[in-house]
Design a protein around this ligand. Structure first.
Ligand code: WT7
Length: 650
């Protein structure tokens, strides 16, 4: 593999779409892409309005785009329902008996929902929600594993005009509490437990712990999944199956929503310890996920599409549920872990359900690659025709393995760059049109003007690194941060006027290909999951033995990045291996095990400027062992560096 990787870089090999693939693709050639792209930029509002005609509207919009500084509105005056577009519209178009969701349980059981059946369930649950006296715009928190009820609950929120805030099931009760309190959710939907690697994770117990401190929550609905023992609080807690069986009406008319009403909030990490509630609205988000799903995954009616993300992240929102169902696709939802009961699980599911399009994260690819070719090779993967990746840069080695071994050298790989904030994919190959370069997300999606700028706002030269920005608004972009428009303005539009700052560094090569180089802010991507350094640090510091903490990312062969923590203990406390483990466990408890530091180094001092600011770049080079500290003359005590270097945890 290593040699292949080298020759790849030497040859600068480009993978052109095959004639066969292009022939049937929505966009068939680079010329056609360029034509569409140029049109979409010159007539951007017209382009989006034409695409919006494909959706079902109760009432058409009056104005395509309204700008107010860095605040944008799309399709104002329009009336629409996202759930109606995902379900009723498909049934009207004759897809009532088509499978909407294939659910594969961790234990190998499977369940299928046709569009009609899904609509029945969603309508019933919409009535359940209504019976709890929730009104339009109220927040509902979904803290659930990957079970069909999660899809049903989110679509029911969309149908009834409630705002969902999904919290990833791997987050701890503390993180859940913060996210519930920030948006003052009135109702929580959860399950008794969740299966992970054959074990039961006590979801309901986490909810109970969080709710000791969440006065806004009046009701909890609990799906029975694992049959683990839980306690149900009288009047507050209700079983999902009881509620569903008591529903008097099985139909629920989709509520007519204004284009700019909120569809959902999704919390993500940023520079401060407090996660931000990224807010997405109805029409623009639906349109953007609809159009990107169609073109990026080049979907056809007969495809079986599988995105392995958890619905608790934006990828699952946009490309398991909304974008996929709005296109009338068959979307597979998998409950478990990639390596349970063995590292062939993903490939076994592909074979079992004849998956044609497979979308996953580089972390998962690298993790599975370690187990060797024998796992994918022991399954029939002939159904696959397109592969995709998301979440972090993919190294050419993993790309080649994915291409050769999983895709058997005939499936294009769409490396899709986007963010929670962007709602959908912005930089990506269109698989029938754009030649691939392993490791590059290639070009902007139609309607998107991505660029790379230098600090002074001028355009970076070819191959010169700089700030990745988006220069035109697009329908799927976040509208604000929940309850914090100031943070929205400062974070995304504070650096360059009226230009969206992504937070990533990137370069553009001589052929106009984008290469994403990683985050420029205090965000760490552990296994593709986005964590804020400040959030992790605050949890370390909340341990009784800790006085101060600073975390930095280090390279990790599988996870891409991992967390290295520098910790100063309180006076008189002994630095022991046991204590390291205790702190690690503490972080897992407080935030979830994804936030666990992989290394901890105890230190009496931090490298600080004279004004007391920790110099993270120094810590980073110590953690990575590069010794490239840069200028350290501004440190209040330059000797600290040497001490830290001696104590390095390898
Ligand atoms: C950050 C956004 C987008 C859904 C999942 C992550 C990184 C994302 C790529 C890619 C290189 C990527 C960026 C971005 N990222 N996709 N194809 N190549 N980097 O969403 O948690 O909001 O994270 O993920 O750093 O800013 P998110």
């Amino acid at each position: 593999m290593k040699d292949e990787f080298k020759s790849l870089l030497k040859e600068k090999r480009v993978f052109k779409p095959s004639k066969e693939f292009s022939k049937n693709a929505h966009i068939k050639s680079i010329q056609e892409y360029k034509k569409i792209y140029n049109y979409s930029i010159k007539n951007s509002e017209k382009f989006w309005a034409e695409k919006a005609e494909q959706l079902h509207w109760f009432k058409k919009w009056n104005k395509i785009l309204t700008k107010n500084g860095c605040f944008f509105k799309w399709f104002e005056g329009g009336k629409i329902n996202v759930c109606y577009n995902c379900l009723d519209k498909n049934i009207e178009e004759g897809r009532g008996n088509k499978i909407a969701i294939i659910w594969e349980a961790e234990d190998g059981q499977a369940k299928k929902y046709t569009y009609s059946k899904l609509l029945d369930e969603v309508s019933k649950f919409s009535n359940v929600l209504k019976s709890h006296n929730l009104k339009k715009g109220d927040r509902v928190c979904l803290y659930m594993p990957m079970i069909p009820e999660l899809a049903i609950a989110m679509l029911a929120c969309a149908r009834t005009g409630l705002i969902h805030s999904i919290v990833f099931g791997g987050f701890s009760s503390e993180s859940l509490k913060d996210r519930i309190n920030d948006c003052k959710a009135k109702l929580v939907v959860t399950s008794d437990g969740s299966f992970r690697n054959g074990k039961v994770i006590p979801s309901k117990e986490n909810v109970d712990a969080a709710l000791n401190d969440c006065p806004s929550v009046k009701k909890v609905i609990v799906v029975k999944r694992c049959n683990n023992k839980i306690s149900m609080k009288n009047k507050r807690d209700h079983w999902w199956h009881d509620e569903m069986s008591q529903v008097r009406y099985h139909e629920f008319k989709a509520v007519e929503m204004c284009s700019e009403d909120t569809l959902f909030i999704l919390y993500t990490s940023g520079t401060t310890g407090k996660p931000k509630g990224v807010l997405h609205t109805q029409a623009g988000y639906l349109l953007y996920t609809y159009q990107t799903f169609k073109w990026v995954f080049d979907t056809k009616d007969e495809d079986i599409y599988w995105c392995t993300a958890d619905i608790g992240w934006i990828t699952g929102h946009s490309y398991i549920i909304y974008g996929a169902l709005a296109n009338g696709a068959t979307s597979l939802m998998y409950e478990g872990a990639p390596t349970y009961p063995n590292p062939g699980r993903f490939w076994q599911v592909v074979e079992k359900h004849n998956v044609t399009i497979f979308y996953t994260a580089p972390t998962a690819i690298r993790a599975l690659m370690v187990y060797g070719d024998k796992w994918p090779k022991s399954h029939n993967l002939k159904s696959l025709r397109l592969l995709g990746t998301v979440g972090e840069p993919i190294n050419p080695e993993a790309w080649m393995w994915y291409y050769n071994v999983v895709g058997n050298k005939h499936c294009p790989i769409v490396d899709t760059w986007w963010q929670t904030e962007t709602g959908g994919i912005l930089i990506t190959p269109l698989p029938g049109a754009i030649p691939l370069k392993p490791g590059s997300a290639t070009h902007s999606f139609p309607g998107i003007v991505a660029d790379v700028l230098k600090d002074d706002g001028t355009k970076a030269k070819t191959d010169e690194g700089g700030y990745l920005v988006i220069k035109k608004p697009w329908p799927g972009m976040l509208r604000t941060i929940w309850n914090n428009p100031k943070r929205y303005r400062e974070t995304y539009f504070g650096k360059f006027k009226n230009i969206y700052l992504a937070g990533d560094s990137a370069r553009i090569d001589k052929d106009g290909y984008f290469w994403i180089m990683g985050r420029l802010d205090d965000v760490i991507k552990v296994a593709g999951h986005r964590l804020g350094t400040a959030e992790v640090e605050s949890h370390i510091v909340s341990h009784k033995a800790v006085a101060e903490a600073a975390v930095v990312p280090i390279q990790d062969e599988i996870k891409g990045q991992a967390i290295y923590a520098f910790v100063t203990l309180k006076k008189g406390i002994l630095a022991t291996e046991n204590l390291k483990q205790e702190i690690t466990g503490h972080v897992a408890n407080k935030m979830g095990s994804i936030a666990k530091p992989s290394k901890i180094q105890f230190t009496d001092d931090m490298p600080k400027t004279r004004s007391g600011k920790i110099m993270r770049r120094v810590l980073k080079s110590i953690a990575e062992g590069t010794k490239e500290y840069g200028n350290i003359s501004t440190l209040s005590d330059p000797n600290v560096v040497e001490k830290l270097e001696r104590g390095r945890s390898s």
